[in-house]
Design a binder for this molecule. Structure first.
Ligand SMILES: Cc1ncc(COP(=O)(O)O)c(C=O)c1O
Length: 372
């Protein structure tokens, strides 16, 4: 944090990992493996694929074949490889801002064009705008990068929404890259549907990016699973993976994923319970702070998308107030696209006393301008 925020003594509520220790089973597995002093090359075992397949089946009733799972060190890497594998320079790729910043950069850095299909905020939710998408698609539109659940707005897309999107993509010949890294972090009343299962045409045109990283707080180990059932798409992705020599996972990514997926479910359930309580704590406090708006409650993820537009309307520099005056390190919404201007993203995967401290500081800062 010190390298990115020069201010001292900030409360760290920005980057999307958690303050909580990973499941003890994961730590035990890593320590056990670290005690064996040979850290040589390794292959991905049947045991690994079994653990991934069982998890996907148990959590999402998704029966994935072992051959359809391609390991890749990290999801952003996989997104960049998909751009390389499935498009040519000058092709168009759709994203739905406000969205996770690398969705922009993996496209533009590869010399492909972005098609922006912004989400629409209506009352207490965000929706995809398929009419806008229909108008913007051209014969050069090859891919859509979908964030499901969505970072930063926290939408858990319903099967019906995904089906409507799938229908359009099938009609237009667009391949969907579905980033489902947050799929396990979903709150009561909502269900994550794998994009590939939401429309009969989608298994053949979807690349699904999954990982235990967000779920079990192991993102620094960089292990992800890219699921592709269509033979042509799979061969194209595999060719790029091999060209860049990125198909192996490191030893500790493999160990941690097996332990997490095989034994981490009770830990995850108690995590979700704690996060859900944090979310309501946050909502109750944010809604009482003058000038701060939190109309859209996240249905999943650990991220809250908070509007400071009333501060902006008064000509106040909300970033300066939040970071310098209140002393809270949050992500600036404009990093998620121009739709994010006036917003900041707060990660509530932290102990509640830290959240309380942040709310107290934010309230004090806002009272300076809204004393009533
Ligand atoms: C939607 C989304 N995709 C990918 C990532 C990062 O994935 P990785 O660290 O595996 O590259 C994040 C991290 O916040 C994310 O929110």
């Amino acid at each position: 944090m010190e390298s990115l925020f020069p201010e001292n003594d900030l409360l760290p509520l920005w980057v999307a990992d958690m303050d909580f220790p990973s499941p003890p089973e994961v730590t035990r597995a890593l320590v056990r493996r670290a005690r064996h002093p040979a850290y040589g090359y390794t292959l991905t075992s049947e045991h690994y694929y079994d653990a991934v397949r069982k998890w996907l089946f148990k959590r999402f009733q998704w029966d994935v074949c072992q051959e359809d799972i391609l390991t890749t060190p990290g999801i952003v890497t996989a997104l960049a490889l998909c751009i390389e594998a499935f498009t040519a320079p000058g092709d168009e790729v759709v994203i739905q801002p406000p969205v996770y910043p690398p969705f922009f950069s993996v496209v533009t850095q590869a010399g492909r064009h972005l098609i922006l299909n912004p989400l629409r905020q209506t009352g207490e939710t965000y929706l995809m705008d398929l009419d806008d998408l229909k108008e913007k698609i051209s014969p050069r539109t090859k891919l859509l990068l979908l964030c499901s659940p969505h970072n930063p707005v926290g939408r858990v897309w319903t099967r019906e929404e995904l089906c409507a999107l799938g229908e359009l993509c099938e009609r237009q010949g667009i391949t969907v890259i579905s980033d489902e890294i947050h799929a396990d972090l979903v709150f009561p009343g909502h269900t994550h549907t794998p994009t590939a299962l939401s429309h009969p045409g989608l298994p053949g045109r979807t690349v699904t990016c999954t990982a235990p990283s967000k779920t079990f707080n192991i993102p620094g180990l960089y292990g992800s699973n890219i699921i592709i059932s269509d033979r042509v798409l799979k061969e194209a992705y595999q060719a790029v993976l091999e060209r860049f020599h990125l198909s192996s996972l490191n030893l500790f990514a493999l160990e941690s994923a097996v332990a997490a997926y095989s034994s981490g479910e009770p830990w995850l359930e108690s995590l979700l319970d704690y996060l859900y309580k944090n979310l309501f704590y946050l909502r109750n406090h944010l809604r009482a702070i003058p000038g701060v708006e939190f109309p859209v409650l996240p249905q999943g993820t650990t991220l809250a998308w908070i509007s400071f537009k009333p501060w902006l309307k008064r000509g106040l520099d909300y970033r300066d107030l939040v970071i310098r005056r209140a002393g809270i390190a949050l992500n600036d919404g404009s990093d998620f696209g121009e739709e994010g201007s006036g917003y900041m993203r707060l990660n509530f995967a932290c102990p509640r006393p830290l959240l309380k401290q942040a709310m107290d500081r934010l309230e004090d800062a806002s009272r300076l301008f809204w004393p009533e």
